[in-house]
Design a protein around this ligand. Structure first.
Ligand code: THU
Ligand code: ZN
Length: 145
């Protein structure tokens, strides 16, 4: 994990964070009151966004990262180069959950894909991981051969 000052991050990461902050406003999270926004940059150099969308049955929730990836797949692109996740937590980091990490394994361009975490409660710093740090020993399509 790299911890970088917000002012020092590269332009693409800044743009992804800005897009995730903006789209997070649309998160539908009336049950947890925990809004998450995500924005990714695809292999064909397009931005896609996602939000968490909850449901009164409490089980149908879709996560922001998954929504962004699904939007990319619907567009016809099957790989992404970087993804930002924005939330507001007084105690935790902004980092994707295990389910989202597995979803990323399916569509990450390579193991160097950047996961950019931004916590609105700690706005001066950005956490950056590579996917293989967050999910080593991956179960992926090669596992099925
Ligand atoms: N959530 C995400 O959108 N992404 C994650 O990776 C972690 C959790 C959402 C799901 C739920 O709506 C809320 O955050 C609280 O768990
Ligand atoms: Zn998740």
């Amino acid at each position: 994990m790299e911890i970088i000052e917000f002012n020092e991050i590269d332009d693409l990461s800044k743009e992804l964070i800005a897009k995730a902050i903006k789209i997070r406003e649309r998160a539908y999270a009336p049950y947890s009151n925990f809004k998450v926004g995500a924005a990714l940059f695809s292999d064909d150099n397009t931005f896609f966004e996602g939000i968490n969308i909850e449901s009164s049955d409490y089980t149908l929730t879709t996560h922001a990262e998954m929504q962004a990836i699904n939007a990319m797949v619907v567009s016809g692109c099957l790989a992404f180069k970087a993804i930002a996740v924005v939330l507001n937590s007084s105690t935790g980091l902004s980092v994707p959950c295990g389910l989202c990490r597995q979803k990323m394994v399916e569509f990450a361009k390579n193991d160097n894909v950047r996961i950019i975490g931004y916590n609105l409660n700690n706005p001066d710093i950005v956490n950056i991981w590579q996917l293989n740090e967050l999910i080593p020993y991956q179960f992926n399509k090669l596992s099925l051969d």
